[in-house]
Design a protein around this ligand. Sequence first.
Ligand code: ADP
Ligand code: MG
Length: 230
Amino acid sequence: MSLVQARGLVKDYRAGDVVVHAVRGVDFDIEAGAFAAFVGPSGSGKSTLLNMIGALDRPSAGTLTVAGTNVGELKRGAAADFRGEHIGFVFQDFNLVPVLSAFENIEYPLLMVRKRRADERRKRVLELLEAVGMAEQRDKRPDQLSGGQKQRVAVARALATNAPLVLADEPTANLDHASAYKVIELMRRMRDEAGTTFLFSTHDSKIMAEAETTFVLEDGLLRIDQGGVA
Ligand code: ADP
Ligand code: MG
């Protein structure tokens, strides 16, 4: 089975009497090793889809299987375990811990899983700092880094626990074009080297062209000329 499989996937948000149909029945398959993008204007449902794939939010209807797990059936605790094991996240606004250095931000998810000895943890963080080109900035805090550098740290953090799937919601939206390309190129290289599947969203057509597969969203629906398979 595909790494991610959606069938008739629906998400409605209810706010009082108002129902927002954020995702209105989509089908798609994403294979392991894909470098794929959800593309569409603001409000088209990109974040909603990524949040459901990452078990941060539950489908209203349809099925969504990620790494063999029906994520729509996970209870809160099981969803957290699922995320810890399978998913790395990269956010538009970086979400680094301000008081921690680049090194410590990358180390943070490794402290949560507690599986590694301190020397192994350190080795992994140094390896990632090297891989994302941030070894020399290892002791700097986020406020001492540029946007592009922050996002490189965030990508390293997402990869720290060897999650097979990294979800990046508009990872380049707060970056200038040169930095944006570097972050996308870095993600693709990490896919090539580590085999990590990357699924990102963007509303930028230039960034979209960097994906190997694109799923174009319009008002919660996938445009049907996509084929729907990555
Ligand atoms: P995108 O990421 O493509 O900008 P979103 O997935 O954030 O789109 O939003 C899709 C639609 O769902 C929008 O109409 C948005 O206003 C609505 N929406 C998103 N999250 C919520 C929420 N928590 N409550 C109510 N409506 C929401
Ligand atoms: Mg969004």
